[in-house]
Design a binder for this molecule. Structure first.
Ligand code: ZN
Length: 429
């Protein structure tokens, strides 16, 4: 390893950043959203382009006529990013560009905005913001659970179209402007969200791709809840970025990728991985297979294995399937508002009571079949909601799954469930 490489790695370690080329080690969700908080100095990516690292990143492009901010991170991390980036260049903020309307990109808008700052987003941003505000209670609880945050205070429903819309400039497919000697081209590249855009700086061949690329299979379905994220949109948008022939790609999570050969290799593999999962899901649907069969059957070929530390294949397969087809599974019993859990207590009684079911659940955990154990515990708790043995086996099954999980979102939900179960055992609920 060269001295330069050793120094580079040491700097990344000090900053708390993953080394390039390493499979990201999934952190705990609460740690993931604190990413970059120890960064002491903004990264200079290419001439006039700086990055503050976080969940997500904030970028600043400096010009002789003022600066452009691309994404603004979560509200909680934004003040730190403002400090790091303004230390590099304290020029006026002429534009804020939002790659999309998620809170980890829009949270710091208020800290960056100055009189005369124009805020730019793709036109679908408006409905996307209204959608998030419309369901703010739903998302508030789920975000808190997934990322181990405090439960948000309840607030009044803002109505169907009650979001605060920050952007002053909206575009449909493409928008461009010049500032100083720098040209900015913006393209609508839907994927993670319908309002997603890519910023392209033709002179430095830099593409800011938001969340359409990161170091894991994409979260085509996220457990905190989402409207369908269309796999074919990701594919077209990645193709668009590849067609620009970038020399540097700057994702909103993680570190930039340098060099067109490496970018082409990584983004093509990513695109092909999404295409493979999409097409296999569609083939399975057309062959009459049910969603759970496809969640089990479809695996990425080794050459397309991009990791599952954030998005997960099985959730994405179900997201694609149900995105296309909705929830009905051809079984007439699911047409009705009476779920299978309505007969759990009867089955448990016929099996000899909750104790027998809990015993079987324990055997399942010990045999490595923890998910089956959780199903059995659901039944036992339907018959006896306060059963301590049932809750204790539930806890064992959850810990079994958590110990083996390599996915930060999965860990988040297991942690949440572990907390709820412990709370019940402590007699709090
Ligand atoms: Zn993000």
């Amino acid at each position: 390893m060269s001295l330069a490489r050793i120094v580079f790695c040491a700097v990344l370690i000090i900053l708390g950043l993953p080394l390039k080329g390493q499979e990201p080690v999934p952190g705990n969700p609460a740690d993931v959203i604190r990413e970059g908080q120890n960064q002491k100095k903004a990264l200079r990516i290419v001439e006039g382009v700086y990055q503050a690292v976080g969940f997500g990143n904030t970028f600043m492009v400096t010009t002789s006529e003022g600066n452009v901010i691309i994404d603004t991170s979560l509200a909680a991390g934004a003040a730190h990013h403002v400090k790091l980036l303004k230390a590099e260049n304290a020029g006026p903020i002429r534009y804020i560009i939002l790659t999309h309307g998620h809170g980890d990109h829009t949270g710091g808008v208020g800290l960056w905005r100055e009189p005369g700052t124009a805020i730019i987003a793709q036109r679908n941003h408006v409905e996307f913001m209204h959608y998030q505000a419309r369901l703010h209670g739903f998302f508030g609880l789920r975000n808190a659970a997934q990322f181990a945050l405090p439960r948000p205070a309840g607030r009044e429903w803002p109505g169907n179209y009650g979001a605060k819309i920050e952007p002053s400039l909206l575009f449909d497919d493409r928008h461009e402007f010049n500032l100083g000697a720098t040209k900015f081209e913006l393209y609508h590249t839907p994927g993670e969200t319908p309002d997603h855009l890519t910023v392209w700086l033709p002179q430095s061949k830099a593409a800011f791709v938001g969340d359409n690329y990161y170091q894991s299979f994409p979260n085509i379905y996220t457990l905190r809840g989402t409207q369908p994220r269309w796999a074919l949109d990701y594919i077209h948008s990645l193709d668009k970025v590849l067609s620009l022939k970038p020399e540097v790609v700057l994702p909103s999570h993680g570190l930039p990728i340098h060099g067109n050969a490496e970018i082409t290799r990584l983004l093509t593999r990513y695109r092909d991985a999404v295409q493979y999962v999409h097409d296999e899901t569609v083939k399975g649907m057309n062959a009459g297979k049910d969603v759970f069969t496809l969640m089990r059957e479809i695996k990425l070929p080794a050459a397309l294995d991009v990791g599952e530390s954030y998005g997960k294949l099985s959730w994405s397969i179900r997201g694609i399937y149900e995105g296309y087809a909705g929830w009905f599974d051809l079984n007439p019993v699911t047409m009705y508002e009476v779920p299978s859990s309505s007969v759990h207590a009867d089955l448990v009684r016929l099996a000899g009571g909750a104790g027998a079911i809990v015993k079987l659940a324990m055997e399942r955990v010990e045999g490595g079949r923890a998910v089956e154990a959780l199903h059995l515990i659901e039944a036992a708790l339907a018959a006896d909601p306060d059963s301590r043995p049932a809750l204790e086996v539930r806890l064992k099954a959850l810990h079994f799954l958590r110990d083996r999980s390599r996915n930060s979102n999965e860990r988040g939900w297991l942690d949440y469930s572990i907390g709820v179960t412990k709370g019940k055992l402590a007699g709090k609920q």
